[in-house]
Design a protein. Structure first.
Ligand code: RIB
Ligand code: CA
Length: 303
């Protein structure tokens, strides 16, 4: 029984790999892709999604552009991580297919059905706007890549997706439907290292594309953390949606800091239940990194 999934993303190197995993996984019925501002402008994230779909001959998958800026905050892209195109590194031909002529939230409303899982791997603006316009009917779960229990990558306090639109994140974490938070504490435990990249390269054309994406993506991580390899954040979220055993989660309260500038976008996770705040999310705390990469390798090799 396949899982109906909408992938909301801001490609972005790891978004692109998450999209490839979705396309290659029989457990997934990909209802469509919605794009959002984030790693780059909406125009570039949309073009990147179209290019990746075309690369694997899947231009049949509809792409619906969403929000080009956060609900309240100024737009801020992550060119320092993903480059000017948002997908710097490998040569990727321009898309010949275009997006659908329907905004993301209308697109989701028209295709969502009972059991749909929204996998959100960029800033949560589209998801917040969708919830505001259409409510939570038919949303089985929201699996999001974002936040952290104890880390920050955009600031010492906050992870980029949540930092970019904290008001949107606040709405999502309080929407009343099951939310899974795949944060940096988990994704930073699984790095696609040089050894893994060579295994991907050996699988063929798409595996080589993944390795070339990581060749670029790991530069930021080598410079920032001294790592040999890159966390494939968004693919972890998608992988968890199809194989929950990969990531161990704890049901905890998560609040989003929206007042403080110093801690803007902090996901305050009550891991040790120090408060009476009711749990509202399943928070990732650990990952079976080898099992994750074996799954990703097997699926990418099939494309
Ligand atoms: O902080 C990592 C997240 O921000 C990932 O989703 C990456 O693609 C960027 O959007
Ligand atoms: Ca992303």
């Amino acid at each position: 029984m396949s899982i109906p999934i909408v992938l909301d993303c801001d490609p972005g190197h790891d978004d692109a790999i998450a999209l490839l995993l979705a396309l290659a996984s029989p457990e997934v019925e990909l209802l469509g892709v919605t794009t959002v501002h984030g790693n780059q402008t909406l125009e570039k994230t949309t073009e990147n999604a179209l290019r990746v779909l075309e690369l694997v001959g899947r231009s049949d998958v509809p792409v619906a552009p969403g929000a080009d800026r956060p609900l309240l905050r100024d737009l801020r892209v992550a060119a320092h991580v993903h480059g000017e195109s948002g997908l710097d590194g490998p040569e990727l031909p321009a898309a010949t297919a275009g997006p659908v002529d329907e905004p993301a939230i209308d697109f989701i409303a028209g295709r969502i059905r009972a059991g749909t899982v929204l996998v959100a791997v960029g800033p949560l603006t589209n998801i917040a706007l969708y919830l505001e316009a259409h409510g939570t009917e038919n949303i089985e779960r929201i699996v999001l890549m974002g936040g952290a229990i104890a880390e920050g990558n955009m600031t010492p306090a906050a992870e980029f997706n949540i930092w970019a639109d904290p008001e949107a994140a606040q709405r999502v974490f309080h929407c009343g439907r099951p939310v899974t938070m795949i944060g940096l504490d988990v994704t930073h435990k699984a790095l696609l290292t040089h050894e893994w990249a060579e295994r991907f390269r050996a699988t063929g054309r798409i595996g080589t594309f993944v390795a070339e994406l990581v060749d670029f993506f790991k530069r930021y991580h080598a410079h920032t953390y001294g790592w040999d390899g890159a966390p494939i954040h968004d693919a972890v979220a998608l992988a968890h949606a199809i194989r929950p055993s990969l990531v161990r989660t704890e049901h905890r309260n998560v609040e989003i800091e929206v007042e403080s500038e110093l801690c803007r976008g902090r996901t305050v996770v009550d891991l040790w239940r120090r408060t009476e705040r009711p749990p509202n999310a399943d928070v990732g705390v650990d990952i079976d990194g080898d099992a994750f990469f074996e799954l990703l390798l097997e699926r990418v090799a099939s494309l």
